[in-house]
Design a protein around this ligand. Sequence first.
Ligand SMILES: NC(=O)c1ccc[n+]([C@@H]2O[C@H](COP(=O)([O-])OP(=O)(O)OC[C@H]3O[C@@H](n4cnc5c(N)ncnc54)[C@H](OP(=O)(O)O)[C@@H]3O)[C@@H](O)[C@H]2O)c1
Length: 275
Amino acid sequence: MLKCNNFNYALFGNPIDHSKSPEIHSFFSNQTGIFHNYKSINIPLGEFFYYVSEFFKKNGKGANITAPFKQEAYLFADQLTERAKIAQSVNTLKKVDNKYILGDNTDGIGLLSDLIRLNFIKKKSLVLILGAGGAVRGILYPLLSFGCSIFILNRTLSNAEKLVLQFNKYGIINVFNKNLLKKKHFDLIINATSKHDQSNKNIIDLSLISNKTCFYDMNYTKSISCLNTYVKKKSNIFSNGIGMLVFQAANSFFLWHNIYPKTDSIIDILKDNIK
Ligand SMILES: NC(=O)c1ccc[n+]([C@@H]2O[C@H](COP(=O)([O-])OP(=O)(O)OC[C@H]3O[C@@H](n4cnc5c(N)ncnc54)[C@H](OP(=O)(O)O)[C@@H]3O)[C@@H](O)[C@H]2O)c1
């Protein structure tokens, strides 16, 4: 049973304990002076519709949705923004005019904003994405629209193939195949796999990485270092995904309140405090 008498914004996911979103939203609330009582709620698998309906029937005004519920949130929303429609995945819900629920996806704009901040991306960047899960759905359209060419490398080939079929109308995107590469090295590699142990350590061939290749890990816990340590044998231009997390939160906050909060200081605070 969902007890939600005193909060109006929430993050729904499973698991949720690691989330930094409540800290980020509390920071935005203090900074802007907007009342924004935000709580993270771990919900049982298979119960997404029940919990989120209850939330919006009570005090709920807006929600963030994380793994594994982004596709269910896409189905839950009454209306969708263009980018959520294209992604077929929703990480932000908003109750509009007390009448209907709008679904948005701010993961892609969050990642792109951070890549631009870090100077990791250019209009024609050749990008390798590791993984083909829910988060990748949200980032493909913004990266393709920016002008990047993309290869996807995923453990389950068919999942990468599905994404390529869905997104190839928006730009140059292929399943990873060394023979299709015109350049020798990638400009940017994005880790969007969810595994933090040894199992995906050698997923890429080091010959595809130069000392100018940027490596962006969408994960942001310290324990994910196996793949990172491997990549750092060739490149030292590295960032974790804290900035993406803050920018996707800022864009959700903007959807809810029509005010875009300042992001720099919370990125600095969090990047020094990751566990
Ligand atoms: N920084 C941010 O703001 C932000 C935002 C969104 C997500 N994320 C992070 O991004 C990661 C991916 O999220 P998601 O929602 O896309 O997760 P997801 O839908 O569960 O997808 C997981 C992906 O990882 C792959 N994978 C899992 N175990 C693997 C292994 N042992 N070896 C190789 N590949 C493996 C899966 O491959 P298969 O297709 O073969 O199963 C799939 O492509 C998560 O860790 C999440 O926390 C960060």
